[in-house]
Design a protein. Structure first.
Length: 254
């Protein structure tokens, strides 16, 4: 069994064939799918999907850094409201993104900090987006560090030194289709990290693994990520699946 620990299959890209997407995932041994939220516009669709497939889909609540703008205070109030109202399995997708736009960097940092505190308050793991912002994210995590703080660096594509910093903090590394890309360099990094610190993800509909790169990603393609990672560790895909599933189930309590 595999767990897709990061998938946005509730978005418009899947509106026409979501039942088939879920079925294909199930047929490829992906039996649990974690759904990180983006912002207020995606909450209803995400929760509807989780309600429709309660034994497969597990929702998270959070405000994505690229959705942080002038009204982020209202968005954060909504995040806290939903965390009190419904059952969620983590706070995410949260973090800092300095790749697309730095206009609201201070607001991003504040939103990240406050959502970490929410996660600690509700005893939930955090799912971190850290595009072009590893140092900034680490600084906030060290400043906010508290008992029970845990989570994953989603779509990890950093250096070995950065990977070790994540591991030393007690966080997991989210590995997805990037590891199958020829020149990503992630194969060399992952080989040097104990698989205990790894969880698998797709980030569907993005970062589609080889051999489907360039097409819409979906949870069923997690098998290609698992096979690549298993090859790197020189273990069977069954053993890799068992270990990564245990890591995911432990982190998200699913």
């Amino acid at each position: 069994m595999l767990v897709d620990t990061h998938s946005h299959i509730y978005t418009e890209e899947f509106s026409d064939d979501i039942a088939d997407v879920i079925q294909r995932a199930y047929e490829n041994e992906v039996r649990k799918i974690i759904l990180p939220n983006i912002d207020s516009s995606t909450i209803r669709k995400m929760l509807d999907l989780a309600d429709e497939y309660p034994q497969i889909c597990y929702p998270l609540m959070g405000l994505h850094p690229t959705s942080v703008n002038e009204d982020y205070e209202d968005e954060l109030e909504l995040v806290d409201f939903w965390l009190q109202k419904e059952k969620f399995y983590g706070v995410g997708e949260i973090g800092i993104d300095l790749y697309w736009d730095k206009t609201f960097v201070n607001e991003q940092i504040d939103a990240f900090r406050r959502q970490i505190r929410m996660a600690i308050k509700y005893d939930l793991p955090i799912v971190i987006h850290f595009r072009e912002s590893f140092n900034e994210v680490m600084q906030v995590l060290h400043e906010e560090k508290a008992p029970g703080m845990r989570g994953v660096f989603h779509s990890f594509s950093g250096t070995l030194d950065q990977a070790n910093q994540v591991v030393d903090l007690g966080f997991k590394l989210g590995v997805n289709g990037v590891v199958t890309f020829k020149n990503s360099g992630m194969d060399k990094v992952i080989q040097k990290i104990d698989p205990y610190h790894i969880i698998l993800e797709t980030d569907a509909p993005y970062l589609t693994p080889v051999p489907f790169r360039g097409k819409r990603n979906e949870s069923s393609y997690l098998i290609y990520v698992a096979q690549k990672v298993a090859d790197l560790y020189q273990i069977s895909v069954q053993d890799l699946a068992k270990l990564s599933t245990q890591n995911a189930e432990s982190l998200f309590q699913i």
